[in-house]
Design a protein around this ligand. Structure first.
Ligand code: NAD
Length: 262
């Protein structure tokens, strides 16, 4: 299926590894031109080289920097001739106990997982509406629907973003101009990030990481972790020409782990 986005420009944040990279790969396969960012230049350049080698890939540009800073965002935006597709992503906050978190810790989480995507949307969304095409996907977390005890910073900051997006996506000035904004909620995906959170749980509970991993897999009827490829494929579809009527949604990819009907 041709997703109808060949030649569009996408800014994919935090894309040298994991879920962001999965999204960049799927968009590259559709012939979308990419600006990818990450903090570490070495991993970023290696990912860019791999993306350029994919059949059908378009232009791939890199911006090394912290997307949660004004400088990092400005550099990322400057590298992209126009942002038709925006994939908001950044590292998740650390696990822990809220009794140990001070105001600075909270502000860092809110900055990274709520205000950074809002700033990038603010910088791009009106031009998308003027051009009559825009796709924004925020990588949030299944923790928005079913909070995870040790990830209180994520539960809180991402829920703030989710509430804001629910209102913004429904503005007729955007939705009637073919600009969609959706959130993609990962359950457990096999990435570096998952290993960090499982290490936190292991330390808290005294189990081995292998025990934590098996228990975590058992929580999903799929009995496995998701892959970045599966995540990227869903992201690319949300960014497709065909998905123009899908907006303001929270799409959970979790192998059936969330037990609710809706
Ligand atoms: P990952 O650690 O595998 O990859 C993170 C990527 O983001 C890397 O490329 C890293 O360089 C980049 N990055 C991190 N902080 C950055 C910053 N400030 N500026 C620029 N680049 C930055 O992580 P992942 O598993 O792909 O997770 C992506 C997001 O999804 C995170 O916010 C994570 O909390 C969330 N999430 C992941 C899972 C999961 O199971 N993997 C589940 C729920 C939520």
């Amino acid at each position: 299926m041709d997703l109808g986005i060949k030649g569009r420009w996408a800014l994919v944040c935090a894309a040298s590894k994991g879920l962001g990279r999965g999204c960049a790969e799927a968009l590259a396969d559709e012939g979308v031109n990419l600006v990818i960012t990450a903090r570490g230049a070495e991993a970023l350049e290696a990912t860019a080289a791999a993306l350029r080698a994919r059949p059908g890939a378009g232009d791939v540009r890199t911006v090394a920097g912290d997307i949660t800073t004004p400088e990092g965002r400005a550099a990322a935006l400057a590298a992209c001739p126009q942002v038709d597709i925006l994939i908001n992503n950044a590292g998740g906050p650390p696990p822990g106990d809220f009794r140990q978190w001070d105001r600075e810790t909270w502000l860092k989480a809110v900055d990274a997982n709520m205000l950074t995507p809002i700033e990038l949307i603010k910088a791009t969304v009106d031009a998308m509406a003027e051009r009559g095409f825009g796709r924004i996907v925020n990588i949030t977390s299944g923790a928005v629907k079913a909070p995870i005890d040790v990830l209180g910073l994520s539960n809180g900051a991402r829920s703030g973003l989710t509430g804001f997006i629910a209102g913004l996506a429904r503005q007729p000035a955007l939705a009637s101009r073919n600009v969609t904004i959706n959130n993609l909620l990962p359950g457990a995906f096999d990435t570096d990030r998952l290993r960090v959170t499982m290490t936190g749980t292991a330390q808290k509970t005294g189990q081995s990481i292998e025990q934590v991993a098996e228990a975590r897999k058992a929580l999903a009827p799929a009995r496995r972790f998701g892959t970045s490829k599966e995540f990227g494929a869903m992201c690319a579809f949300i960014c497709s020409a065909q998905a123009g009527f899908l907006t303001g949604q929270n799409l959970l990819l979790d192998g059936g782990a969330y037990p609710g009907t809706f």
